[in-house]
Design a protein around this ligand. Structure first.
Ligand code: PMP
Length: 313
């Protein structure tokens, strides 16, 4: 098992900075027993300027609050305070390139009744940038995503991840790298922990919102497509559509942008290095490290492309 903390690790717990090894959680809580809790997966990066930057911090804390509200969990925190607390936890743990996991959980309550309060913990651990560039062999999972008629599917809720774990472990047991889940109608939905896009005839397609987690990376990719003049459409697609596609990729906070080799036994014909996914993978890296901002600043709009270009003058 991976080691997420050691005896020196600090977490933010209900307004205090405490040692992870000394923090306690109640064994009689709704979250542990019934999965009624919400969380976020966020990343911070060391930018090209050497600063620590939490990528899309506001968007993530906004989604955390909305997730809690969707599950009727009391939520008394302000985004700005949690963002400041997150920077503080990163600093106290001496981390720049990190994975950040805020979790909102309930107090002791074995009933199904509303909780009077919620608790929050923010954990951080080191995550190196851009690991693994190997293309994934993806399998259409026999597990479907939870039906939005039975779950608040737009919430990042703890209990939903039983579905993700079942699908991911099943795909790996069958020799694939990852699962692709459909929605309750058999349309393409998402991966266990990532959204997906596919390319066909120079255009990108991604499942429309409604039956998927509205990913912040997905929104970033759509934003980058607009900037780069890449056509992108949000729509329902079938597995047959995907098998006719030229190329495909997952995107998510942890996964960043990662290309696919195949879906079931069908290989994608387009060389990943020539795909729109590859262009977006680079654009995403430049965005999270603020490389693209550095270009703009140095450039002053005059077309210079890098620090090296400046230094070389
Ligand atoms: N779908 C699911 C089910 C996820 O768990 C994640 C990871 N949070 C995503 C999509 C991607 O979301 P994001 O880009 O906000 O990390």
């Amino acid at each position: 098992m991976a080691s997420y903390y050691n005896e020196n690790t600090i977490v933010y717990l209900n307004g205090k900075y405490v040692k992870a090894s000394e923090a306690k959680v109640d064994l009689y809580g709704q979250t542990l027993h019934y999965g009624l809790g919400v969380f976020e997966g966020i990343r911070s990066y060391r930018t090209v300027d050497g600063n620590t930057k939490i990528f899309k911090a506001w968007e993530h804390y906004d989604r955390l609050r909305k997730s809690a509200e969707a599950l009727n969990m009391p939520y008394s925190w302000h985004d700005v305070d949690l963002i400041n607390a997150t920077y503080e936890v990163l600093q106290r743990n001496n981390l720049q390139d990190a994975y950040i996991r805020p979790l909102v959980y309930g107090p002791a309550n074995m009933s199904f009744n509303l909780n009077a309060e919620s608790h929050i913990v923010i954990e951080v651990w080191e995550m190196g940038k851009f690991l693994g560039d190997k293309l994934l062999r993806v399998m259409v999972s026999p597990f479907q995503r939870p039906n939005p008629a039975g779950f608040k599917i737009e919430a990042k809720a703890c209990g939903h991840y039983v579905n993700s774990i079942l699908a991911s472990q099943d795909a790996k047991a069958k020799g694939y790298d990852e699962a692709l889940l459909t929605d309750m109608n058999g349309f393409i939905a998402e991966g266990p922990g990532a959204n997906m896009f596919y390319e066909k005839d120079g255009k990108l397609y991604t499942p429309a919102l409604g039956n998927i987690l509205p990913g912040i990376t997905r929104a970033t990719i759509i934003e980058l497509c607009k900037e780069l003049h890449i056509a992108v459409e949000e729509k329902q697609s079938t597995i047959e559509d995907l098998k006719q596609a030229d190329s495909a990729f997952f995107c998510g906070t942890a996964a960043e942008v990662i290309g696919w080799e195949s879906i079931d036994e069908t290989k994608f014909p387009l060389d990943w290095n020539k795909s729109l996914g590859k262009v977006l993978q680079q654009a995403y890296k430049d965005r999270v490290t603020e490389q693209d901002l550095a270009h703009e600043r140095l450039d002053g709009g005059k077309g210079l492309k890098s620090r090296e270009a400046i230094a070389g003058r």
